[in-house]
Design a protein around this ligand. Structure first.
Ligand SMILES: *Cc1c(COP(=O)(O)O)cnc(C)c1O
Length: 408
C-alpha cells in the first residue's frame, strides 16, 4: 500500500486541512478554531456510525418525503430537441433541497449535546428550513436576518416565528445576508457550549463545505439509480449526457454532481450573470474559506445581483472553484430576463412552476439548445416556484413599486 494517494478521486474527501485542491481551508479567528475542530470530530464520528446514518435516512424518508422522483419532460423535450429529465427536489417537505442539510445538521447538533441552533438567512429560505428542523427535534432556534431583508421578506419572518424560532435583526453594515452571517458567527463563538451553527450551503470554514455536501449527496445517489433504471444500459450506460444545476452557494449542485462525478456526464452549473463568482475566477477568502468570489479592484467583496434572492450571494463553495479549475465542471452565466422566460416555459409546457433558482438551469439549457441537440439532460429542480410567483407577476406587469418592496 502506498502511503499517500496524490490524486484523490474527483469529489472525494477534502485533505486534512479541509482543502479541495487549493480551495477551502479554515480561515477563521482564533476563537472559532476549537468550535470548528469539535464539529469536524463530531461529524467524522457520526458519519461513520450506521445508527446516525439510519436515523438521518429515516427522517429523509418519513419526514422529508424522499426519495424524490425523476420526471421525464415529454413536452419540453419535444420543444427543445433534447431529452429533459428533472430531479424533483421541489417535491420535498418545505419545497426545496434545503431540508436534507438542515435535518442532517440538526441531528448532529443533538448528538453533540447542543440545545440551540443558530442560522443566518438572506431571503429567509434557509432560516425557515432551520426553524423547521428545530421544531421537529425540539430545539431552540435563533435566526439572524438583515434588518433590510426582514422588511422585504416579512412572510418568511412570520413563518419562522410560527415554527417557534426567534428572528433577530442584523443591524450592522448593509443590514443584509453578509451581516447576518457575521452576527450568527459572533453569537456562535460566545455560546459554543450550548449552540450549534447551522450553515446553509457548501460554504464557510472546514468542515462545513464537506459536511453539507455529504448531507446533500442523497440527491445524486438517488438520481444515479433512477436514471439507470429510466434510461437503460443502451443510453450512455444509463447515465445522462449532461447534469445541470443552479449555483448560489452551490449545495444543490454539489449534491447532484456528487452522484455523477465518476461518470462521463458533463457537469454544468448555471450562475446569475451578475453574481457569477466562478465565471470571474477571482480567488479570495470569504466567510472562512478560500474560493472564487466577486470582488472589486481593491479586493473588497462586491454585492451580487440576481432576480432570485436564493442566488444573490457574492461567493461560491470552494469545491466548485476546484471543479472549475480542474475542468470537471463548467459554469455558465444567464441573465434575469432569460430566467423569467425559462420560468414561464417550464410552467406552460410541463405544469411545473419552478423556483427562480432552478429556472437558471433551464435558461442555460434553452440557450445551449444547439449544443444539446439529441442528448439527455438531467436538471436538478431544486425548489418549487410558489414563493416567486408574486415577484414574477410584478416583473411581467412592470410594477416597479411592488418590485422595490420585494427585492432583496
Ligand atoms: C437556497 C436555494 C438555492 C441556492 O442554494 P445552493 O446552495 O446554491 O443550492 C437554489 N435553489 C433553491 C430552490 C433554493 O431554495
Amino acid at each position: 500500500m502506498t502511503a499517500i494517494d496524490a490524486s484523490p478521486s474527483v469529489m472525494g474527501d477534502p485533505d486534512e486541512n479541509g482543502r479541495f485542491g487549493r480551495f477551502g481551508g479554515r480561515y477563521v479567528p482564533e476563537t472559532l478554531v476549537p468550535a470548528c475542530a469539535e464539529l469536524e470530530d463530531a461529524f467524522r464520528e457520526a458519519w461513520s456510525d450506521p445508527e446516525f446514518i439510519k436515523e438521518f435516512h429515516d427522517l429523509l424518508r418519513d419526514y422529508a418525503g424522499r426519495p424524490s422522483p425523476v420526471t421525464e419532460c415529454h413536452n419540453l423535450s419535444a420543444e427543445l430537441g433534447f431529452r429533459v429529465l428533472l430531479k424533483r427536489e421541489d417535491l420535498n417537505h418545505t419545497g426545496s433541497h434545503k431540508i436534507n442539510n438542515v435535518l442532517g445538521q440538526a441531528l448532529l447538533a443533538k448528538r453533540m449535546g447542543k440545545t440551540r441552533l443558530v442560522a443566518e438567512t438572506g431571503a429567509g429560505q434557509h432560516g425557515v428550513a432551520t426553524a423547521t428542523a428545530a421544531a421537529l427535534l425540539g430545539m431552540e432556534c435563533i435566526v439572524f436576518m438583515g434588518e433590510v431583508d426582514m422588511k422585504r421578506q416579512a412572510l418568511n419572518v412570520f413563518r419562522m416565528r410560527l415554527l417557534g424560532s426567534e428572528v433577530r435583526a442584523a443591524m450592522s453594515g448593509s443590514r443584509t445576508l453578509k451581516d447576518a452571517v457575521n452576527e450568527a458567527m459572533r453569537y456562535w463563538v460566545a455560546a459554543v457550549e450550548s449552540t450549534y451553527y447551522c450553515l446553509g450551503s457548501v460554504m464557510g470554514p472546514h468542515p462545513y463545505p464537506w459536511m453539507v455536501r455529504e448531507f446533500h449527496r442523497v440527491i445524486g445517489n438517488e438520481a444515479r439509480e433512477q436514471c439507470a433504471e429510466l434510461l437503460g444500459p443502451d443510453s450512455n450506460g444509463g447515465v445522462p449526457d449532461v447534469v445541470v444545476a443552479c449555483v448560489g452557494g452551490g449545495s444543490n449542485a454539489i449534491g447532484i454532481f456528487s452522484g455523477f462525478a465518476d461518470t462521463n456526464a458533463e457537469l454544468v452549473g448555471a450562475e446569475p450573470s451578475l453574481g457569477a463568482a466562478v465565471g470571474r475566477q477571482v480567488p479570495g477568502v470569504v466567510h472562512g474559506s478560500m474560493s472564487y468570489l466577486m470582488q472589486d479592484e481593491f479586493g473588497q467583496v462586491q454585492e451580487a445581483h440576481s432576480v432570485s434572492a436564493g442566488l444573490d450571494y457574492p461567493g461560491v463553495g470552494p469545491e466548485h472553484a476546484h471543479l472549475a479549475e480542474i475542468g470537471r465542471a463548467r459554469y455558465e452565466p444567464v441573465t434575469d430576463s432569460e430566467v423569467i422566460e425559462a420560468f414561464q416555459l417550464m410552467s406552460r409546457t410541463e405544469g411545473i412552476i419552478p423556483a427562480l433558482e432552478p429556472a437558471h438551469g433551464l435558461a442555460w439549457m434553452v440557450k445551449a439548445k444547439d449544443e444539446l441537440a439529441g442528448k439527455t439532460v438531467l436538471l436538478n429542480m431544486s425548489g418549487r416556484g410558489d414563493k416567486d410567483v408574486a415577484q414574477v407577476q410584478a416583473i411581467l406587469d412592470g410594477d416597479v413599486e411592488a418590485l422595490e418592496m420585494m427585492r432583496s
